[in-house]
Write a protein that binds this ligand. Structure first.
Ligand code: C5P
Length: 226
């Protein structure tokens, strides 16, 4: 069979990025982290001193920079005007303001167009791809071979995010992270309705699954639908 196009959405801390990337590796297809694209233009706007509360200034900035996205699931990368920002975009100063940038409709238009062309290319060349974000199953690639909404309970998501940011001791710092995760969910929910599966989208709740079980569950859904 042809390598599939797989769309995965979900909130932050659902394990979506690491599970999607591992699924792409097992399927031997490309991997697209669309959140990293929103983070990269946010990084760049901050770097340029753009006023993030001015939507037109943000759009003008986005129009003036070149994004390069590396879709190798072994080492996904993102660069702005040839500056590699793969690591920098993970910083919490970016997480804190990315929703403001992602809520500008013209910014979404630009990035969605790029995302669609990356996905189309992966389809046309027979490479296949796993693309993940908030609106991939609904807006970017509603025609994907498999579409999955990956969710987890708030407690499970806080625990994973804390571990991701602070290692094994992170579990103790959950309260610090609660605000960030809860606020970003509510900000993002104003823009895209990603917490309910659209028709034809398979809901996968990973609250009680470990990492390997989550990857296996994604692969099982792909095998049964794609
Ligand atoms: O997935 P991640 O947490 O890295 O995404 C960062 C931010 O990018 C999200 O909080 C959201 O504001 C935005 N985003 C989006 N649409 C996507 C992916 C991410 O609006 N498809």
């Amino acid at each position: 069979p042809m390598p599939p196009v797989v769309a995965i959405d979900g909130p932050s801390g659902s394990g979506k990025s690491s599970v999607s990337r591992a699924a792409a590796q097992r399927l031997d297809v490309a991997y697209l982290d669309t959140g990293a694209m929103y983070r990269a233009v946010t990084w760049s706007a901050l770097e340029a001193g753009v006023d993030l509360s001015d939507p037109q200034a943000v759009v003008d900035h986005v129009d003036s920079v070149g994004l390069s996205v590396g879709v190798d699931p072994e080492a996904p990368t993102i660069a702005v005007d040839d500056v590699d920002v793969t690591e920098a975009v993970r910083e919490s100063r970016i997480s804190a303001v990315v929703s403001a940038v992602a809520s500008v409709p013209a910014v979404r238009e630009r990035l969605i167009e790029m995302q669609r062309s990356i996905i189309e290319q992966a389809r046309d060349t027979g490479l296949g791809i796993v693309a993940e974000g908030r609106d991939i199953t609904t807006v970017v690639a509603p025609d994907a071979d498999a579409r999955i909404l990956l969710v987890a309970s708030q407690e499970a998501r806080l625990r994973r995010r804390a571990e991701q940011l602070h290692g094994a001791q992170g579990a103790q710092r959950i309260e610090e992270i609660r605000d960030e995760v809860v606020r970003r969910d509510s900000d993002d929910a104003q823009v895209t309705a990603f917490l309910e599966p659209a028709p034809g989208v398979t809901l996968l709740d990973t609250s009680e699954l470990d990492f390997e079980e989550s990857v296996a569950a994604v692969l099982a859904i792909v095998a049964s639908t794609a």
